[in-house]
Design a protein around this ligand. Structure first.
Ligand code: NDP
Length: 257
């Protein structure tokens, strides 16, 4: 069902993993998708080609987030690649998904200022200013969807600083929903639980015991897939999600309920 036909979507960090799942789901529903990456242009191109083969439309653009001026560079690079994709002069955006993040695993006593600052810069400062610099291009009636994490509910000690950045993202999203409401723009958070992604590969994908233990935490008895998150995002992005704003949508498959 092409519920997003005519819409332009930007998904940060969609060259791999959950972002890729979101990009493919939005494209399958008819959106033109801007596939953003940090450094892995090859992976982003693969997403663009996969979407194209399935009959969808996408283009890639790269900017490493977490550095001074990243939001300005992000949109400047978006504009270059959007114009290269089509010379219709339209650089407007209907759906903005802030998905890119870094999760550095540290217990409280081992946390460092460098890791803390990096996660703040990528996980909350970058989305904050990416939205701020998009106010003119975000179309009325649009969508901002921020990918947080179930850790803000679960309280996992091994990711205390990461959890704090996601808590900040939750709070930002709720306030932003008020800020953008008069324009009919909804702002929501989607909070995944454990998902099989590159960022979890070292401790989850290659360890059978960890996999089974993790699967058992969901009421469905399985580990999440990027597409599970992609479908939740696609719903919020569609017209059917127009009356939902300022919400924190748990997409963890009922993890530790
Ligand atoms: P991955 O680490 O597997 O993928 C990260 C993606 O983000 C890649 O596309 C990568 O680009 C991009 N990226 C990473 N760092 C930067 C940066 N500094 N600047 C720009 N782009 C960057 O992430 P996941 O799919 O696991 O996580 C996606 C989101 O879901 C995050 O917000 C995460 O916090 C959240 N989440 C994930 C869970 C999980 O179980 N995996 C659970 C709960 C929440 P490139 O390919 O160029 O490196």
């Amino acid at each position: 069902m092409e519920t997003l036909k005519g819409k332009t979507a930007v998904v940060t960090g969609s060259s791999r993993s959950i972002g890729r799942g979101i990009a493919e789901r939005l494209a399958a529903r008819g959106a033109l998708v801007a596939v953003h990456y940090a450094t892995n242009a090859t992976a982003a191109q693969d997403v663009v080609e996969t979407i194209g083969k399935a009959g969808g439309q996408a283009f890639a653009f790269g900017t490493e987030l977490g550095h001074e001026g990243d939001a300005e560079r992000f949109w400047a690079e978006f504009d270059v690649q959007r114009r290269a994709f089509s010379d219709d002069g339209d650089t407007g955006v209907d759906i903005l998904v802030n998905n890119a993040a870094v999760a550095l695993r540290d217990h409280f006593q081992d946390a460092t200022v460098a890791d803390f600052d990096r996660m703040v810069a990528v996980n909350i400062r970058a989305p904050f200013f990416i939205v701020q610099h998009a106010l003119d291009r975000l179309r009325d009636g649009g969508r901002v969807i921020n990918i947080s994490s179930a850790v803000t509910r679960l309280g996992l000690p091994e990711v205390i600083a990461y959890g704090a950045t996601k808590g900040a993202l939750d709070s930002f999203s709720r306030i932003l929903a008020k800020e953008l409401g008069s324009r009919g723009i909804t702002v929501n958070v989607v909070a995944p639980g454990y998902v099989d992604t590159d960022s979890n590969a070292d401790w989850l994908r290659h360890d059978k015991d960890a996999w089974e233990e993790t699967a058992a935490k969901s009421v469905f008895g399985r580990v999440g897939e990027p597409e599970d998150i992609g479908d939740a995002v696609a719903f919020l992005a569609s017209d059917a999600g127009r009356w939902i704003t300022g919400q924190h949508i748990d997409a963890s498959g009922g993890t530790r309920m």
